[in-house]
Design a protein around this ligand. Structure first.
Ligand code: GAR
Length: 197
């Protein structure tokens, strides 16, 4: 059975593109049915549309602090597209348990650290400040706890002398683009064994 994937983004969508390109490469257990963003200006929306993927923008700002109402609006295009898997790819809104539970075991996220280290923001700066020798990225199942949930894959990079948060982020991002498509392929085929690149 082909899985139907919705990808949620907030920005440029380079991870989204990596996923879309891999799904278009053929012999893939999943099909992209929607790219949705909480930011109508997210650059990734146009990139997805250019590849022929349906898009939706649900601006979170008019909802103020009412996360549940925002999520109800976001859920609509996802359900209309018939998505049964959700991939968060640089999606920068915290989701409530109500939304997460709806996709329990069917929602993935990529996070730019070696979880359980550095959940939340500014991961690269925190790794540098801690004097770590390496950094990386993690794909995990989404649970109601932020940047938690079973780890599905990790890729590591060295931290080099003279690294800044920006140079480190760029090195990690290269690995994100390898890791996320590889994990989605396995996950959509029913394989939840962690992948370590
Ligand atoms: C990526 O580095 C991703 O890991 C990170 O945002 C960037 C999005 O880039 N995600 C988070 O920090 C999630 N909390 P992209 O839009 O080019 O894929």
């Amino acid at each position: 059975m082909t899985r139907r994937v919705a990808i949620l983004i907030s920005g440029g969508g380079s991870n989204m593109l990596a996923l879309l390109r891999d799904m278009a490469a053929g012999d893939h257990p999943a099909l992209p049915v929607l790219v949705a963003s909480n930011d109508p200006k997210a650059a990734g929306l146009a990139k997805a549309a250019a590849l022929g993927v349906a898009t939706a923008a649900v601006d979170h700002r008019p909802y103020g602090g009412d996360r549940a109402a925002f999520e109800a609006a976001l859920l609509q295009p996802i359900l209309e597209a018939g998505a049964d898997l959700v991939c968060l790819a640089g999606f920068m809104r915290v989701l409530t348990p109500g939304f997460v539970d709806r996709f329990a075991g069917r929602m993935l996220n990529i996070h730019p650290s070696l979880l359980p280290l550095y959940p939340g923001l500014h991961t690269h700066r925190r790794a540098l400040e801690a004097g770590d020798a390496e950094a990386g990225c993690t794909v995990h199942e989404v649970t109601p706890v932020l940047d938690d949930g079973p780890i599905l894959g990790q890729a590591r990079v060295p931290i080099l002398a003279g690294d800044t948060a920006e140079t480190l982020a760029a090195r990690v991002l290269v690995q994100e683009h390898r890791l996320y498509p590889a994990v989605l392929r396995r996950f959509a085929a029913g394989d939840r064994t962690p992948l370590f690149l």
